[in-house]
Design a protein around this ligand. Sequence first.
Ligand code: S3P
Length: 425
Amino acid sequence: MKVSLSGPLKGETTVPGDKSMTHRAIIFSSIAEGRSVIEGALLGEDCLSTVEIFRQLGVTIDLDGERLLIDSPGFNAFAEPAQVLDTGNSGTTTRLLAGLLTGLPFRTVLSGDASIARRPMKRIIAPLQQMKAAISGSYNDTRTPLIIEPSAVKGIHYEMPVASAQVKSAILLAGLHADTTLTIKEKVASRDHTETMLPLYGVDISRDEVITLSPGAINQVRPYDFRVPGDISSAAFLIVAALITPGSELTLRNVGINPTRDGIIEVVRQMGGDITVSDVTDDGEPTATIRVRYTSDLEPLTIEGEMIPRLIDEIPVIALLMTQAAGTSLIRDAGELKVKETNRIDAVVRELTKIGFKLTATEDGMIVQEGRNDIRAAVDSCGDHRIGMMLAVATLITGELDIDDFDSINVSFPGFMEQFKQLGV
Ligand code: S3P
C-alpha cells in the first residue's frame, strides 16, 4: 500500500487501550464467575483472538460501544472446546493461555499463525513442565501447536532466565491452580501488569525480592470493572512523529505510564526531546498526559541493560528517532528483538537501509547513524504491526513509501492512519 504522511501533528488526542492490559483484563474477567466490564479495551486483532478463545470456552463476551461486557460461568465451569484454539498473531494470548489452561479438566490445543509458529515456546514449556503441567509442543517441545492435558499443577521456585512478562505471566497463571506456593525471581524486571492487576480481581500476590502466589489462588478471582489506559507503545509512534516533524505540538491524554513500560519517555528526555508529563493518576495502573513538541537538535544515545525491557516494543520507532539525532546511537542487550513477531533487529535495519538510512545490525541490537541518502525503494512490514507503523512514521521524513503488508498494523492500533489525519497530518 502507498503510504504518505506529511505536515505537523497538532492538537490533542487519546490512543487506543493498552494491549498487554486488555489481554489480562479479558483473561481475569473470564476466570471470574459473574459479570466484569472492561472500559477502553483495545479491540485490535490480538486482543480479539483472546476474546474468541474464551467464547469457545463458554464465556459470553459482548461489545457495548467501547466497553467489553464479560459474563463468565467461572473457570471451573469452562466448556471443552470442539476445535483448536486459534491465537492468531498474538504471543501474549499463546503464552498466557498456555499457563492458564493447564488447570482445565480436559485437553486444549493452542495454535496461531505462521509468525507464532516460529516463536520460541520452550521458555514457557520448560517451567510449566517443572510445575508438573502436562504441556507439550511441536519440534521437541519448542514450538506451537501446544497440547495441554489435565494435570495437578505444583508451585515451584523459578528464577527467570530471560526478562519476559509473557513467561512470568504464563507461570503465574498456571500457579493459580497450584496446591503449593509459587515463587518467581526476576533478574531484570519485565512489565508487571499481571502482578498489578491480579490483586484488583481479588488475588493475593506478594511482591518483595520474589513474587509469591499462595496455593488455591484460582478460587480468589472475583469480577472487577477495569478501565484500560491508553497504550504507551501506540503513543510512541505519535510521540516520535511529533518530535521529528517541524511545527508539531501534540497532547496525548490518558496514556499508561507504568514504570516498567515508560522507557520511551526517559529516552526522549535523554535525547533532549521536548516532552512533558503531567496530570499523573495512580489507581493501580498509572496514567498521564504527555505533551511533545518538535525538537530540532536531538542528541544521540546508547540504550542498554535494564532499560531495554522498559521499551522493548518501542525499539523499532526509537531506532527511527535515532536517525534524526546528531551523531551515532547504539542499542545493546536487546537480543529479545530477534524473537518478536519478526526478527526486529534484521527487519528494522534492512527496511530502513533500503530507503537510505544508515543502520548496522549487531548480535544484540543495532548501531544507528545520523542522516540518510535519498534512496527510493518499496519496503515491507514483514507482517509485523510495529515495523509497519514505524515505516509509516518514516514517511514524514522520506515522503511516500510503498509498504507491503501494511494491514498488519490492525494487530495493535486500529485507526492508526485516521489518528494522524485527525491531528492535521
Ligand atoms: C508482552 C510482553 C512482551 C512484549 C509483548 C507483550 C505482554 O513480550 O514484547 O508485546 O503483554 O506480556 P515478552 O514477554 O516476550 O518480552
